[in-house]
Design a protein around this ligand. Structure first.
Ligand code: ADP
Length: 253
């Protein structure tokens, strides 16, 4: 059964057709990497799941609930904000630029949403936050401010923060591209662990193909607003079928 479903989704900015009647679905627990040239619509897909970008047409659903629409009988009607917010609450995203709250210590960065959005008790939220900090190897930094941490450490805190709300879907947008390769490696290690130990559904956009190969179990190749190839990583990276995929992979590998 599909867990995330895009049906005939189109989006344009002015004359620029970013998604062209796109349909695909993702099963619960799948870890899917979106690859393709810059501007092919990958980030737009993640932003739509975060409700930061609205499609021009088509439907998107998560766990059989429509994100922008509600089903009334057979009819789809524009959803209330409350409905959209509730469906969207299953999703969190980690950004290229970490986006931690600079005025809050590490622990509070992680407990903020569990306490103020999910209504968890402070003690419980802090205990969970410490567990997550241990998972990402930063328990000793709980009382530091983000500015006192390296980029790689900040990104690991951002991952802990994203997991603290116990999301059903974790979106990762170029999470290592602002980091030096060596530092990026420590972030990738953390994400490999997450992939191994949790059953969260993951959608990631990355140019780090080794990482895509290690972490995901499916790869979608985007080109000019369409998905032109959909395959397991071994197949996509070793035996791509489309000429466009071959030239793209040659340029990034
Ligand atoms: P990718 O992640 O594959 O690089 P994006 O989804 O970020 O691609 O962007 C697809 C296209 O949409 C790009 O050409 C980008 O410039 C354009 N785009 C994205 N957001 C906006 C916006 N808010 N206004 C205008 N154009 C946008």
């Amino acid at each position: 059964m599909s867990f995330v479903d895009f049906r005939n989704v189109s989006k344009r900015f002015g004359d620029n057709v970013v998604l062209d009647d796109m349909s695909f679905s993702i099963a619960d627990g799948e870890r899917v990497t979106l690859i393709g040239p810059s501007g092919s619509g990958k980030t737009t897909i993640l932003r739509m799941l975060m409700t930061l970008t609205k499609p021009d047409s088509g439907t998107i659903s998560i766990d059989d609930e429509y994100l922008w629409h509600e089903k009334r009988g057979e009819e789809l009607v524009e959803a209330s904000e409350a409905h959209t917010r509730s469906v969207r609450s299953k999703v969190t995203m980690v950004f290229q630029q970490f986006n931690l709250f600079p005025n809050m210590k590490v622990l509070r960065n992680i407990t903020e949403a569990p306490i103020h959005v999910l209504g968890k008790q402070k003690d419980e939220a802090e205990e969970k936050a410490r567990e997550l900090l241990e998972t990402v190897g930063l328990l000793d930094k709980a009382d530091f401010y983000p500015s006192q941490l390296s980029g790689g450490q900040q990104q690991r805190v951002a991952i802990a923060r994203a997991l603290a709300v116990e999301p059903e879907i974790l979106l990762l947008d170029e999470v290592t591209s602002a980091l030096d390769p060596e530092i990026a490696a420590e972030v990738l290690d953390v994400l490999r662990d997450v992939a191994k130990t949790s059953d969260v559904t993951m959608l990631l956009v990355t140019h780090a193909m080794r990482f895509a190969r290690d972490v995901s179990n499916r790869v979608l190749m985007f080109n000019e607003g369409k998905i032109i190839e959909d395959a397991a990583p071994e197949q996509m990276f070793n035996e791509p079928q489309q000429e466009r995929t071959k030239t793209f992979l040659r340029s990034v590998l």
